[in-house]
Design a protein around this ligand. Structure first.
Ligand code: TA6
Length: 299
């Protein structure tokens, strides 16, 4: 049963309102940072540390429609990533980002505001995925943004799922940034027939559409952004793979909810368990994956 709005709001720190598209939006304004979370998809759409520019990127062309995913912020991809194998009618990246999550609780401590949202098995989820689960998403907004996705198998048999916190980051210019942390890892290159290749250079540079699944990596990634004079750090736990994506010119043009000229201003560094890193979860157990995003101004 949904907890009442009045019991969830925290005067001066957290309010609940109708946001874009009349979707329910949680607005957090604390001394440390401000943020917005839509209950549609439990979708974090904004995170701004105090005195700093936005960390998360949002498309100006994003839909805010109960039947469509929001473009930008941190989509939750679950229980599959990309197209669903064997079902061309299924939504890309699973159903979690298309469903209404329930706000279970809110709290605050020393300027950090915490929101817990829940998605439970329903007829709608079973129609797409025959599993019993409870997904909990704990978002902590403070000097860093922490997002913890836990999935409990509440059924009687094992379940297998993929998951991603598909983080869109704002950058000054994709041509000028580098990403540190994945040197030496192998990656699946989705732009070259899904071939597996070594990331031989210590830093990732961008010269075209980039769509890579880095394997067997628990590393923290650092996005060096000389134009915005900052580095964005994406650290994680409970995740063994990282996706790096920029659609570049043609793919941006092909997406109606992505402005044609927006691609230079963003990069995705995604905290994932996909492909050979999909989660096999025995009955009764819970898996937890966490992503933390922090912005460090540089000289
Ligand atoms: O994470 C990269 C990716 O899988 C790309 O292949 C691209 O499809 C992107 O996700 C966006 O997917 P979406 O369904 O949100 O348009």
């Amino acid at each position: 049963m949904q907890v009442r709005k009045e019991q969830l709001e925290i005067p001066g720190l957290l309010r609940i309102e109708q946001g874009q598209g009349n979707l329910t939006r949680i607005v957090i304004t604390s001394p440390l940072a401000s943020a917005e979370i839509y209950t549609h998809g439990a979708h974090v759409t904004r995170y701004e540390p105090a005195g700093q520019p936005p960390v998360l990127w949002m498309s100006q062309s994003s839909w805010f429609d109960p039947a469509k995913p929001i473009r930008g912020g941190v989509p939750i991809c679950f229980p599959w990533f990309g197209p669903k194998q064997g079902d061309t009618t299924a939504p890309a990246h699973g159903f979690a980002r298309l469903m209404e999550w329930e706000i279970e609780s809110t709290s605050h401590s020393n300027g950090t505001v915490v929101v817990t949202l829940v998605l439970r098995t329903s007829e709608a989820t079973r129609a797409k995925w025959p599993a019993d689960f409870v997904a909990k998403y704990v978002v902590s907004v403070g000097a860093e943004l922490s997002m913890q996705l836990s999935v409990q198998n509440t059924g009687q048999s094992p379940i297998r799922f993929e998951e991603a916190l598909h983080t869109y980051l704002t950058v000054g210019d994709i041509h000028h940034i580098t990403i540190e942390g994945l040197g030496g890892a192998n990656y699946i290159d989705k732009m070259d027939g899904a071939k597996t290749k070594p990331q031989s250079d210590r830093l990732i540079n961008f010269t075209g559409e980039t769509d890579r699944v880095y394997l067997n990596t628990t590393s923290t990634c650092i996005v060096h952004d000389p134009d915005k004079k900052r580095r964005l750090e994406v650290s994680k736990s409970g995740s063994n793979a990282t996706v790096v994506w920029n659609p570049w010119i043609n793919k941006a043009k092909a997406m109606p909810d992505f402005g044609d000229e927006e691609w230079p201003g963003m990069v995705c560094v995604e905290t994932v368990n996909v492909a050979q890193h999909a989660i096999e979860l025995p009955a009764g157990l819970t898996h937890v994956m966490t992503a933390k995003v922090r912005s460090w101004p540089t000289k």
